[in-house]
Unconditional design. Structure first.
Length: 54
């Protein structure tokens, strides 16, 4: 996983600016999502990994 440099800026960002950081870390957990879905299979509906991500 690529390193992310977090630092204080001298200007304001929009409220959605942190979503890139959140998405980066959620992607890093992809192997854990697969293990969760394998351990707790769902026949119909929403997978357990999607519920945890939300």
């Amino acid at each position: 996983m690529r390193r992310i440099d977090v630092r204080q800026l001298d200007y304001d960002l929009t409220p959605v600016a942190g979503l890139a950081l959140v998405g980066h870390y959620l992607q890093a957990l992809h192997p854990a999502w697969r293990r969760l879905d394998a351990a707790l299979p769902v026949r119909t509906g929403v997978s357990h990994s999607d519920i945890v991500r939300s």
